[in-house]
Design a protein around this ligand. Structure first.
Ligand code: CTP
Ligand code: MG
Length: 175
């Protein structure tokens, strides 16, 4: 029972990164005009720096969703985060990982929206944890098994939520 509670705590801890990654899919579509983060610019290889899948509106909605969910979770689960900075870093790191993922995909010649597993599913999480734990130090529960648990959970959750978003008509691709 305690183990199950520990796992739920770990999921609650990382939730701001999930909210950050998921929000753009829901909210970017509400804007009539979207502003690509790379302003349409090309990299030295002649391909887009990031592509149209990374927009300012998506970035801001991700940061707002990540921070808001962090505020709510930290008020419900006292002591889960060491300070408010922690969930803001988780959110910021998730955005940066997602943007970096698109940068890498474009350099590999993959068009916007093409699949690149496991980068698509895990890039945001890995970067979120690296940034947060580099700045604040790792959480006391961070070890090989808990990190593997988070990676596996996130991988399958990402695929599951993307399929759900596709079936709901929120995404035009299932992956
Ligand atoms: N999105 C956005 N801004 C962001 C991140 C995501 O507007 N910073 C929106 C885009 O509409 C994007 C969708 O959320 O199409 C899904 O995000 P993602 O799968 O990360 O983008 P892709 O379209 O697959 O593009 P890429 O190949 O660059 O990952
Ligand atoms: Mg994608």
């Amino acid at each position: 029972m305690k183990d199950l509670l520990d796992l739920l705590m770990i999921i609650a801890y990382i939730f701001p990164a999930y909210a950050t990654n998921g929000a753009p899919v829901l909210f970017a579509r509400l804007f009539t005009k979207l502003h690509p983060l790379d302003c349409g610019a090309l990299f030295t290889d002649g391909r887009r720096i990031l592509g149209d899948g990374k927009t300012l509106e998506g970035l801001l909605s991700g940061l707002v969703a990540g921070t808001l969910s962090g505020v709510i979770i930290s008020s419900l689960l006292k002591g889960l985060y060491r300070s408010q900075v922690e969930f803001m870093l988780l959110s910021l790191g998730a955005i940066m990982g997602d943007v970096l993922g698109s940068f890498i995909k474009r350099r590999l010649g993959l068009m916007r929206g093409r699949p690149a597993p496991p980068l698509d599913q895990l890039g945001f999480l890995v970067f979120s944890l690296i940034i947060t734990w580099t700045i604040m130090g790792p959480q006391s529960w961070a070890n090989f098994s808990t990190v593997i648990f988070l990676l596996l959970l996130t991988f399958f959750l990402h695929i599951g939520t993307n399929m759900a978003a596709y079936l709901l008509g929120l995404k035009d691709r299932w992956y």
